[in-house]
Design a protein around this ligand. Structure first.
Ligand code: HEC
Length: 127
């Protein structure tokens, strides 16, 4: 009888672990629109992240730490392969260096990081 119990237990274990469910890895959702439903705009969505309260421009200002993120210069300063990679947006330094999980001086909030990533995925336009 004991052997039966053990066998039954084994069968149940096989059911437990054998019930394979294939989960496809879904790529992280990238917002294709900003919260108001339109395309992410560099001037109205991204620049304020850098400038409001001197969030980034305290250091990333003209004559300060590169890239210069002040409103008149940020786009040109960022428009290079060093900072933006539209093929693999996650590899863009303007996204990855101040990522919420980084140890940068000032980090993006999760919402800001999503906006920056979304803007890059949409082609990093000067819009
Ligand atoms: C307290 C000063 C300070 C603040 C505020 C700051 N940074 Fe930086 N940042 C630096 C310094 C210093 C470096 C260069 C050394 C390093 O990478 O740690 C740097 C490097 C960077 C780089 C990489 C530069 C390169 O050429 O590779 C990026 C991108 C960047 N910061 C973005 C930002 C953004 C976006 C913000 C705002 C969310 C921000 N930083 C806020 C000081 C700052």
């Amino acid at each position: 009888m004991k052997i039966l119990k053990i066998l039954f237990g084994l069968v149940m274990l096989m059911f437990l672990f054998g019930a394979c469910k294939y989960d496809f890895i879904v790529p992280e959702e990238i917002p294709v629109v900003d919260p108001d439903g339109s395309e992410i705009s560099f001037s109205t969505d991204i620049l304020p992240i850098f400038n409001n309260g001197n969030n980034c421009t305290a250091c990333h200002k003209t004559g300060g730490q590169a890239p210069d993120l002040t409103s008149g210069r940020a786009y040109n300063a960022l428009n290079s392969a060093r900072y933006i990679n539209t093929t693999t947006p996650e590899d863009s330094r303007i996204y990855s260096v101040p990522d919420p999980g980084s140890s940068h001086y000032k980090k993006y909030t999760a919402a800001q990081a999503a906006l920056v990533l979304g803007w890059i995925s949409q082609g990093a336009k000067n819009n």
